[in-house]
Design a protein around this ligand. Structure first.
Ligand SMILES: O=C(O)CCC(=O)C(=O)O
Length: 269
C-alpha cells in the first residue's frame, strides 16, 4: 500500500497529502523520456499569455499537453498502475473513473506559473473530497523551480473564479496565499489533492526544466453524466462493475501494461 494511515488522515483534514517516493527512479526515467518524445513531436503548447488571456507570451512558457492518453500509450497505462489505483481508492473510495491527464512543463529560466485554482471550479462535483489529483514530480520540485503550493483546508471553502489573464484558457481565483504550503518533492514524489484544494505552481527561473504530470480521478457515482454515458469511448472506469481494464474505452486491455510500456519507452532511442 503506497499510503500510510497518516497520509489518509492528512488528506481528510487538509485535503491533500504528499508521498515523496511514489514512482521508482526507472519509472521517472521513462516518464522523462516519454515527455521528451512528446516535446519533440511538438505536442506541448504554450498557454501563457501577456496579460490579456489571448496573446501568447514570447518571453515565458507554460507548456501543456492535455489530454495525453491518445498520444502516449505509456502515460495512458500509468493511470492503471496498481499503486495508483490502490492509493486513489484509499483516498476517495470506489468505484473510480479517470477524468483527466495532463502535463505542464516549465522550461529552464522562462517557466511560467499555473495560477491559483480549485479543480472543482472546472469539474463541479457535489463533494470535492470525492475526486483527487495525482500530481507527480517528473523532476525535483522545489521553491526555486516553482513547485506546487497547496492551501490546507481550502476544500472547505469555495473561491470565486474568473478568467486567468495569464493563460489562454484557464480560470483562476485569489485565495489567501499566506496559508499555502510549498510541496517540495523529489523526482518521483506525488502530491494527492482533492478537487476542492486551492493550488498553484510558480515560475521556473532555474537553469533546468521542471515538469509535473497530473492525473485526475473521481468517484464514478459523482461523475458528470457525459463521463459515464454508455456510448462514451474514452476515460476509463478503473474499478467497479463497469471496469474492463481499459478494453471498453480503448479497445485493448491497458491494465497490467504499465511496466511493459516503461521498458518499451526506455528501449526506444
Ligand atoms: O503543474 C502545474 O503547473 C499545475 C497542475 C494543476 O494545477 C492541475 O493539474 O490541476
Amino acid at each position: 500500500m503506497p499510503l500510510t494511515s497518516a497520509n489518509i488522515q492528512q488528506f481528510k483534514t487538509d485535503g491533500f497529502t504528499l508521498v515523496p517516493e511514489f514512482w521508482t527512479p526507472r519509472e521517472v526515467a521513462a516518464m522523462r523520456q516519454e515527455l521528451a518524445n512528446l516535446v519533440s513531436a511538438g505536442l506541448l503548447h504554450n498557454v501563457s499569455t501577456t496579460g490579456d488571456g489571448k496573446t501568447h507570451s514570447k518571453t515565458v512558457q507554460n507548456l501543456q499537453i492535455c489530454p495525453i492518453w491518445h498520444k502516449s500509450n505509456f502515460f495512458r497505462a500509468a493511470a492503471f498502475a496498481p499503486k495508483v489505483i490502490e492509493a486513489v481508492t484509499a483516498l476517495i473510495g470506489e468505484p473510480v473513473i479517470q477524468q483527466l491527464d495532463q502535463i505542464f512543463l516549465k522550461p529552464a529560466r522562462a517557466g511560467a506559473p499555473t495560477n491559483w485554482h480549485q479543480d472543482n471550479a472546472y469539474f463541479k462535483i457535489a463533494d470535492p473530497m470525492l475526486g483527487t489529483a495525482v500530481w507527480s514530480a517528473l523532476h525535483d520540485a522545489n521553491a526555486a523551480n516553482g513547485t506546487i503550493r497547496l492551501i490546507p483546508g481550502s476544500h472547505r471553502e469555495v473561491y470565486e473564479h474568473s478568467r486567468d489573464p495569464e493563460s489562454d484558457h484557464h480560470i483562476r481565483c485569489y485565495p489567501p496565499e499566506e496559508r499555502a504550503v510549498l510541496a517540495e518533492l523529489p523526482a518521483g514524489g506525488v502530491a494527492f489533492f482533492c478537487y476542492g484544494v486551492a493550488h498553484a505552481t510558480g515560475p521556473n527561473r532555474t537553469d533546468k526544466e521542471r515538469a509535473g504530470l497530473a492525473l485526475h480521478f473521481l468517484r464514478t457515482d459523482y461523475a458528470p453524466a457525459e463521463l459515464i454515458a454508455d456510448d462514451r469511448n474514452e476515460r476509463p472506469h478503473l474499478t467497479g462493475p463497469r471496469a474492463t481494464g481499459g478494453l471498453k474505452e480503448y479497445g485493448a486491455v491497458i491494465a497490467g501494461t504499465h511496466l511493459i510500456e516503461l521498458e518499451r519507452v526506455l528501449a526506444t532511442p
